[in-house]
Design a protein around this ligand. Structure first.
Ligand SMILES: Cc1ncc(COP(=O)(O)O)c(C=O)c1O
Length: 359
């Protein structure tokens, strides 16, 4: 049995001495809740995207809820989203009292299928939540043409390009997550960003209740702390180095895996991939209902922690039929470790174990 000490984890945050120093500096200052560091983090994130502003919040899920509230989406409204995504977009939509309309994905990219999204539009549709999964931008050009406000969910993708534009700069609002495993991590945390000052103001007014002129039940404590913001700022300073390392590791995987019976991530023309995750497809798992989980178990025995990149598609939680591409992804997509601190030796071990297990 492999011991935990020898496991290669699926995720590992890149925390250097500088990160330790900046967090200790905040602790030493005794100003540890939301303050000057949070404000600086908001400014620097907005500058990173080239957007007018950002409002830091407690999580990516909170950011989605506040983005919906900023657009005044509520009971009687519909929000389109892909089924193949974590539960956050659905939960945020439920929390504002709106109806989530699930659509299938583009089989080549794992991202929302713009054609399916177009077919799902009704007179009640108020927004489309567009997660850019695994580091690859969704087809923003096609989604824009649908004429519905887009909320770009950049929890998994920063810095990747679509038709010469950076993700996060196209929608009415953009949300980020700074969860521990994310591209830019702060333990927990999120942000809503936009070029629209009135939307940002609405988010800001809902983030906390202290000092509010009226008691608004949709406000809450959604604040980020200076401790988290300090870590976020130090990560932002390293983001382009992280990006380069991720590109290098992805290219290495592509080269070594090209002769194996797996399919490496597709990158359509006009887009770049940020490789938040390296999600391979294992077509031989398609016909085996428990195949992927067995494969993950076998890799764990070899000391490699791999995961399904989406725990369970939303339509499966909700027992809804009619999402064949999400079902296929659920059966065949495997996320193998890729993060800036992953070493060349570890890449070799991962590929060797995959070879052994897949035959
Ligand atoms: C696409 C996507 N959106 C939103 C979220 C929610 O972010 P958080 O975990 O910070 O609430 C996640 C987190 O995994 C995510 O992957």
């Amino acid at each position: 049995m492999t011991t935990v000490a020898t496991m290669i984890p699926h995720s590992r945050p890149a925390i250097d001495q500088e990160a330790l120093r900046v967090v200790v500096d905040v602790l030493s200052s005794r100003h540890i809740a939301q303050g000057a560091c949070v404000e600086r983090f908001e400014h620097e994130m907005a500058a990173y995207f080239g957007l007018q502003g950002g409002v830091a919040v407690s999580s990516g899920t909170a950011a989605l809820e506040l983005a919906l509230r900023a657009l005044k989406i509520g009971a009687g409204d519909e929000v389109i989203m892909p089924s193949y995504v974590c539960a956050a977009p659905w939960l945020a939509t439920q929390r504002v009292g709106a109806q989530a309309t699930l659509v299938d994905i583009d089989p080549d990219t794992f991202n929302i299928d713009p054609f399916a999204a177009g077919l799902a539009i009704t007179e009640k549709t108020r927004a489309i939540i567009v997660p850019h999964l695994f580091g690859l931008p969704a087809d923003l050009a096609a989604l824009e043409k649908l004429g519905v406000p887009l909320i770009e969910d950049c929890a998994q993708t920063l810095g990747a390009m679509e038709q010469g534009r950076s993700v996060g700069t196209v929608g009415r609002l953009t949300v980020c997550s700074f969860y521990a495993t994310k591209l830019l991590c702060a333990g927990e945390g999120g942000m809503v960003l936009s070029d629209d000052a009135s939307l940002l103001e609405r988010v800001r007014s809902l983030r906390e209740y202290d000092g509010a002129p009226v008691l608004d039940p949709s406000s809450f404590n959604f604040k980020l702390t200076d401790l988290q913001a300090a870590l976020g700022l130090s990560q932002l300073g390293r983001l382009s180095a992280f990006h380069e390392r991720r590109q290098f590791l992805a290219a290495t995987y592509r080269e070594i895996l090209s002769s194996k019976t797996v399919i490496c991530p597709n990158v359509p023309p006009g887009r770049t991939h940020g490789y938040y995750r390296f999600v391979i497809r294992v077509p031989s798992m398609q016909a085996k209902p428990d195949g992927l989980m067995n494969l993950i178990g076998q890799l764990e025995q070899q000391g490699i922690h791999c995961r399904k990149p989406v725990f369970r598609p939303l339509h499966r939680y909700l027992d809804m039929p009619g999402f064949p591409r999400s079902d296929e992804a659920d059966r065949t997509a495997l996320s193998i470790p890729l993060y800036p601190d992953l070493t060349g030796d570890e890449v070799g071990q991962i590929v060797q174990s995959l070879g052994k297990v897949l035959g």
